[in-house]
Design a protein around this ligand. Structure first.
Ligand SMILES: [Zn+2]
Ligand SMILES: [Zn+2]
Length: 268
């Protein structure tokens, strides 16, 4: 089993050292993990420390040390969760091309500069308007950006949306979601199954399994599994349940990455 979405204290909201992650991952029976700390350049809240080049150099130094320490016990990949915004795409490209990443998650944490985590995003908007704007932003961003391997937590908005969760929320903007999926498929990019959704009121992975099925149906082949853990008890969170659902969708493999090259790992 592989957990391809884990945060350490390199992320402003992370609570684990790299060692803590590795120890817990081994305990949980994982064979491979990818560290995917946040780079969210030009974040609107100035109190959040920027992930600058100096930090990245240190990040890679620590990744190399930890890889060596756990060699033979745990396969460790050097990943990142890259927050996209329209005006920083060139910087994002240059950062990804300047470091030897194994794996890059592209995530959208801001819509027009506002985090859907904050109530103000929803003010004066219907549920459909709030969702439509979010999906449109994702579509525009992944349409003009290439330096990533999977799109992270599509459906992120449902994690914080103040509207009551409903079973068919994932159908709200299905045409836009289809366009997102087609863009990913045409670019040879993947979609992650993010199990942090099981920790929220929707009680479903992000994105909803119907979206994963649709991705597969439209020819997509790259699916990673990630817990989005920021604390030890969330590493490999509900992975048995997620893998069962993935299998039920007719998908027989997950994807690992080395040097940004995908490799298929059969689900047993
Ligand atoms: Zn994220
Ligand atoms: Zn994350």
């Amino acid at each position: 089993m592989l957990d391809y979405h884990i945060h350490t204290t390199y992320s402003p909201d992370g609570q684990m050292s790299m060692e803590t992650v590795c120890e817990r991952a081994i305990e949980a029976g994982l064979k491979e993990i990818a560290f995917t700390d946040h780079i969210d350049m030009d974040w609107p809240d100035p109190t959040i420390p920027p992930f600058d080049i100096k930090t990245l150099d240190q990040y890679f130094e620590d990744l190399n040390k930890i890889k060596e320490k756990y060699e033979g016990w745990l396969t460790i990949k050097k990943g990142i969760e890259l927050g996209l915004q329209p005006h920083i795409l060139e910087q994002c490209t240059s950062i990804i091309q300047s470091y030897p990443f194994d794996f890059v998650i592209a995530s959208v944490h801001l819509v027009n500069g506002v985090d859907p985590y904050l109530g103000e995003y929803y003010s004066g908007r219907t549920k459909e308007e709030a969702y439509r704007l979010y999906y449109q932003e994702i579509l525009d961003l992944i349409g003009s950006f290439n330096e990533f391997d999977v799109l992270g937590h599509l459906d992120y908005i449902k994690r914080y949306s103040p509207y009551p969760a409903e079973d068919d929320d994932h159908l709200l903007c299905s045409k836009l979601v289809d366009d997102i999926i087609l863009t990913l498929v045409n670019k040879g990019k993947g979609l992650e199954v993010n199990t942090s959704g099981y920790r929220h009121t929707s009680n479903a992975p992000m994105p909803h399994m119907d979206i994963i099925r649709r991705y597969r149906q439209l020819g997509g082949n790259i699916i990673t599994l990630g817990s989005d853990a920021h604390r030890p008890e969330h590493i490999a969170f509900e992975f048995d349940r997620a893998v069962n659902e993935i299998k039920k969708s007719g998908i027989s493999h997950l994807t690992a990455f080395t040097g940004r090259v995908p490799e298929y790992v059969p689900i047993i």
